[in-house]
Every structure is written in C-alpha cells, then in structure tokens.
Design a protein around this ligand. Structure first.
Ligand SMILES: NC(=O)c1ccc[n+]([C@@H]2O[C@H](COP(=O)([O-])OP(=O)(O)OC[C@H]3O[C@@H](n4cnc5c(N)ncnc54)[C@H](OP(=O)(O)O)[C@@H]3O)[C@@H](O)[C@H]2O)c1
Ligand SMILES: *[C@@H]1O[C@H](CO)[C@@H](O)[C@H](O)[C@H]1NC(C)=O
Length: 338
C-alpha cells in the first residue's frame, strides 16, 4: 500500500519535472539570427493583420523594438487600442518577454492602429484606400489574422468564414497593396499558414461549404489556400524584388482555440499540457519575425518555413495548376475581375 503510494507520488513528481524541463528546454524556437540587431527595421513600415492578439501581437512587439513603423490592421478598434497601449507601455518599462532584438537606447518605432475586418470586402477596400492615401511606403505585409474551427458562419459577402477571412480577405488585401509594395521594393510579404494544411484539399465545387460543413476540413483548406496563394504570387512577382514566403508557427498558446469547447473536468489537464508543450506567442512568432526582418532571407521567395528553417511541402501544396485555378477563382470571388 505505502510502497504503491510512494511509487505513484514519485511517478507524478517525475512527470512534473519532465514536463517543466520540456517547457524550458526544448520548445524548438530558434532565435532569428540577425534579427537581434537593434534598429534593423528603422525606416521600414510593416502592416500586420490581427496584431492585437497572440502571434500578431508578439510580432508587432518585436518589430516595434527593432524600429519599424507598425500598422496594426485589426477588426476591433477597442481591443487593438488596448493592445497598442500595452505594447507601448512594455516598451517604455523595458518589457517582459526578454526580447533580444530590443533596442535598449530608444530608437523604437511607432504603432498605428487601423480598422480592418477581413470578413468584409468593403472593409478591406476602405482600409486599403486609406492606407494608400496616408502611407508613402510599405516594406513588409504580414498576413497573420486567422479564425480556427468556428461554427458555420458566412462573411458579409457570403463566403464560408474560415476560407473568407484566412484566404479571401487576405487575397484582396495583398492584391490592393501590391503596387505600394512594388514601389517600396525590396519588400516582403509573409503569410502565416499551419501544418494542418495537410488535411485540406481545394474542393472547387463547394468553396463556401454550402453542401456540407466540416470545421476542421475548412480550416485546413484555408491554410492550404494560404500556401498555394504564396507560391502562385511568388511566381507572379519574379523579378520585382517583392518576395513572399509562408510559414507554420508550431502549436502556440493563443486565443485561436476560442471556438473549441473544452469540458470543465479536462481543463486543468489541458492547461498543464499546453503550458508544457505549446510555444509561447513570443516563441511562436520567431519565424514570422525572421522572415519579415532577417537579412538571411533577402531575395528568398515562394518557400515554406518552420522554426526559421525552410521545410518541405507535400505535393498537394505544390500543385501549380491548382494554385493558378485558385488564384483565378479568388479574383472573381473578391471582384477584382468579372
Ligand atoms: N496558435 C497556433 O497554434 C497556430 C498554429 C498554426 C497556425 N496559426 C495561425 O497563426 C495566425 C495567428 O493566430 P493566433 O494563434 O495568434 O490566434 P489569435 O490569438 O486568435 O489571433 C488571431 C488574430 O486574428 C484576428 N482576426 C480574426 N478574424 C478577423 C477578421 N475577420 N478580421 C481581422 N482580424 C481578424 C483576431 O482578432 P480579434 O482579437 O479581434 O478576434 C486576432 O487578432 C492564424 O493565421 C493562425 O491560423 C496558429
Ligand atoms: C472532417 O475533416 C477532417 C480532415 O480535414 C477529417 O479527418 C474528418 O474525418 C472529417 N469529419 C467528418 C465528420 O467528415
């Protein structure tokens, strides 16, 4: 009896120590070489979608510290202003998160909040119109915002929400800003996808999931669309000095899982596992920061990255004819061509 209890206690303790070690040692995020330089982004303007939360917010913080003018494209002005206020305060107070790219001697950039709802083509157009009037340059566009496994909903324009926000909203945004990116070249586009693209497929006959809705499939499809979009865009941008790359951040503790219901009983276990195994937003954002700012990837385009290294893609994500067809259909869906 006593022996069993002691054994159980030891096992539990060992487990806890192992989890903690896993948490602090091996979460796999490499610090971006070169990006540690303070002032690396001085004079550059960066637009980040969904910059008020999770990965977008951590990316905004890092690029701000490296001296960039960071435009936060967010759907909720109040949430975005609150996040911007906290980021400015963190910067002033010497910030938690111990970012090695920090510029200790001031010289940090500035934050600008702008309303952008990717679930509304009208909002995307209005946002771009204003941005093109006000900003003389755009050096980096980071397509980061995303929705994950929401219940079936449609965007203002009747698109399935995940495909509409994660792919189509960003598709229109990028196309409307391409002229400015080209005139600011060398410039970069960074697309945040996910490893879950593997379970997707572009089913052209039901892009709005009107026949049947599977929320996991639709998320994966939207993230596959992000990769196909990147590859087709890279092809179209050859010779322009505008590069576009796509990444997966790993599994990161953010607000992305807001639509996933975890039973109350399981919650403590889930929290423990996510604390031990998931990346923090700062860790998860490293590949985005790397692609947005590191001199190492100057001129690199059309590639897929994880943990600041290039990775292989499955054939479904490299199919050029599917990428072209998706591009053509997306142009019609967002009204760029009739
Ligand atoms: N977390 C992970 O494990 C993980 C793994 C693989 C890929 N990713 C990708 O990483 C990206 C960032 O996600 P995250 O994990 O940082 O999640 P998050 O904390 O939920 O952040 C998502 C951001 O997207 C914004 N957003 C959602 N719908 C929008 C819309 N219609 N218009 C404009 N902005 C909208 C959110 O705004 P609100 O705050 O107003 O809702 C929020 O700022 C996503 O593209 C996601 O697919 C994440
Ligand atoms: C939903 O899609 C995922 C993969 O995208 C698949 O594994 C799962 O079986 C599908 N669920 C249903 C009910 O069809």
């Amino acid at each position: 009896m006593a022996v069993a209890a002691v054994a159980a206690l030891l096992a539990a303790l060992g487990g806890a120590v192992w989890l903690a070690a896993r948490r602090f040692v091996g979460s796999g995020a490499r610090r971006p070489p070169g990006a540690g330089e303070a002032g690396l982004m001085r004079g550059k303007t960066v637009l980040i979608t969904g910059a008020n939360s999770g990965l977008g917010r951590a990316t905004a913080a890092a690029l701000l510290r490296r001296g960039a003018r960071v435009i936060m494209g967010c759907r909720d002005r109040a949430r975005a202003e609150a996040a911007a206020g906290e980021l400015r305060r963190d910067l002033r107070d010497g910030a938690p998160g111990a970012d090695p790219g920090a510029d200790p001697g001031g010289g940090a950039g500035e934050l600008v909040v702008k309303e952008l709802d990717l679930a509304s083509l009208r909002s995307v157009r209005a946002f771009c119109r204003e941005l093109l009037q006000e900003e003389p340059r755009l050096d980096v566009l980071i397509n980061n915002a995303g929705v994950f496994q929401c219940p079936y909903t449609k965007t203002e324009d009747g698109f399935e929400m995940q495909f509409g926000v994660n792919h189509l909203g960003h598709f229109l945004l990028t196309n409307l800003l391409l002229g400015l990116l080209k005139s600011s070249a060398p410039s970069r586009i960074v697309v945040v996808s996910s490893k879950l693209y593997k379970y997707g497929d572009i089913n052209f006959e039901d892009l709005n999931s009107e026949q049947s809705y599977n929320k996991s499939f639709c998320y994966s499809r939207s993230k596959l669309a992000n990769i196909l979009f990147t590859r087709e865009l890279a092809r179209r941008l050859e010779g322009t000095k505008v590069t576009v790359n796509v990444l997966h951040p790993g599994i990161v503790r953010t607000n992305l899982g807001r639509h996933i219901h975890i039973p109350l009983m399981v919650k403590p276990l889930f929290n423990l596992v996510s604390w031990a195994f998931f990346k923090t937003p700062v860790e998860g954002a490293q590949t985005t920061i790397y692609l947005a700012s590191s001199p190492e990837v100057e001129g690199v385009s059309g590639k897929y990255f994880g943990d600041c290294k290039e990775e292989e893609l499955l054939p479904i994500a490299m199919d050029e004819s599917v990428a072209r067809k998706l591009w053509d259909i997306s142009e019609v869906m967002v009204g760029i061509v009739q």
